[in-house]
Design a protein around this ligand. Structure first.
Ligand SMILES: *Cc1c(COP(=O)(O)O)cnc(C)c1O
Length: 397
């Protein structure tokens, strides 16, 4: 990394990658599966780890490496590993850091597939898990067992926007010889740096804020300790969870505007959240930036801003949710989040429609819940879009 790049925004632009033989300002796409050795000795030395240099793209590639170095610098880590998806990053973390007989404590409302992967698949290897509301530190303490080797938290969590106190869970993990792994996707490194609060591994679905343009699926893991980074990389290599060079190029390009995008989106999100709170059709609004958020103070202590994600509950239940989805014209009706385009979704009729009402409530999905990911359009247009979609609602009081 360029030593002059000390501020976050400077690292976004300059960390990772160095000019190639042509003097390219930006690391080009090294669209190659393999790298040619000058002679047998060089090949042998690279395989033995005695010489630097690339071997094969699943193991490493300059375009992917440039992205890894940049995110590593942003998080303040000691090694980053890019992966084909966010779920590939989760898979790599579980495989690398847990063994048969170990126990993991995790956030109950964690990203669904992260829980399915553990409960339905890692359980086959005798890895046990307990899911609790990690925003309640006493519940985390009670869930710890003698064989707990990992606490895996997602904060802010989805869709309830609960905040887990990272410093407090890091202390519990380390007092029990366990590692703290943080899924920091909802915050991105612009708003939250878990290593400064004691985390051991941070992971992201770069599909969301880091890439930010709704055109790539990818993931990344960052470790605070170089030996843990090496363990993660070895698993990424043998499981084939690698990112590809074209994907890495796009993500690195998208990443450069992370601060600009999030600053703009959260300014709009704050206005939209306050406006929603004033609407008669809305029962409640859950946004970290509002004083009504139960963990508003903790959130602003451990994060540098409230971010771009809003959840709100419509008084009219499932029907009102479906109606709003069908009437918005600017916000796009789609799952995912963290892009420049505003996305809206209604979990009860979409992502969680196959669940029973009881199962939905266990996952914090109430009938009128709407998840809104604020993009960078004009905020007045976004508010007008919601206004025309909410108004004349027969369910409104
Ligand atoms: C989307 C998401 C994931 C999974 O990432 P993919 O890139 O879709 O595989 C994991 N955690 C969180 C919090 C997410 O939002």
């Amino acid at each position: 990394m360029d030593s002059k790049a000390s501020g976050f925004a400077s690292k976004l632009i300059h960390a990772g990658g160095s000019p190639d033989d042509c003097g390219s300002a930006v690391t080009p796409i090294y669209q190659t599966s393999t790298f040619v050795f000058e002679n047998a000795r060089q090949g042998a030395d690279r395989f033995a780890g005695k010489a630097d240099g690339y071997i094969y793209t699943r193991i490493g590639n300059p375009t992917i490496n440039a992205l890894e170095e940049c995110v590593n610098a942003l998080e303040g880590g000691e090694g980053a590993i890019a992966t084909s998806s966010g779920m590939a990053a989760v898979t790599t973390a579980y495989f690398a850091l847990l063994q048969s007989g170990d126990h993991m404590v995790s956030t109950a409302s964690v990203y669904g597939p992260s829980r399915t992967l553990m409960e339905q698949h890692f359980s086959k290897f005798n890895v046990q898990s307990t899911y609790v509301d990690t925003s309640d530190i006493e519940k985390v303490k009670r869930a710890i067992k003698p064989n707990t080797r990992m606490i895996y938290v997602e904060t802010p969590a989805n869709p309830g926007m609960q905040i887990t106190d990272l410093q407090a869970v890091a202390d519990i993990a380390h007092a029990n010889d366990a590692l703290l792994v943080v899924d920091s996707t909802f915050a991105s490194p612009h708003l939250q740096r878990p290593f400064s609060l004691g985390a051991d591994v941070v992971l992201h679905s770069v599909t969301k804020f880091i890439n930010g343009h709704a055109d790539v699926v990818g993931g990344i893991l960052i470790a605070k300790d170089p030996t843990i980074a090496t363990r993660l990389r070895k698993i990424m290599i043998v499981t084939g969870c690698n990112m590809d060079p074209h994907q890495a190029f796009l993500v690195h390009r998208g990443l450069k505007t992370l601060s600009l995008r999030i600053d703009k989106a959260q300014e709009s999100a704050t206005k939209i959240a306050r406006w929603l709170e004033s609407r008669p059709e809305v029962a409640w609004v859950r946004y970290i930036g509002l004083e009504s958020h139960p963990q508003h103070e903790l959130a602003l202590r451990q994060m540098e801003g409230p971010g771009a994600m809003i959840s709100f509950e419509l008084k009219g239940g499932i029907e009102a949710g479906e109606r709003l989805m069908n009437r918005v014209r600017l916000a796009m009706l789609a799952v995912s989040l963290g892009g420049v385009e505003t996305l809206i979704q209604h979990p009860a009729s979409m992502t969680h429609s196959g669940f029973s009402e009881k199962e939905r409530l266990e996952a914090d999905i109430t009938d009128g819940l709407v998840r809104y990911s604020v993009g960078i359009e004009d905020v007045d247009d976004l508010i007008e879009d919601l206004r025309q979609a909410l108004e004349d609602d027969p369910e409104a009081v």
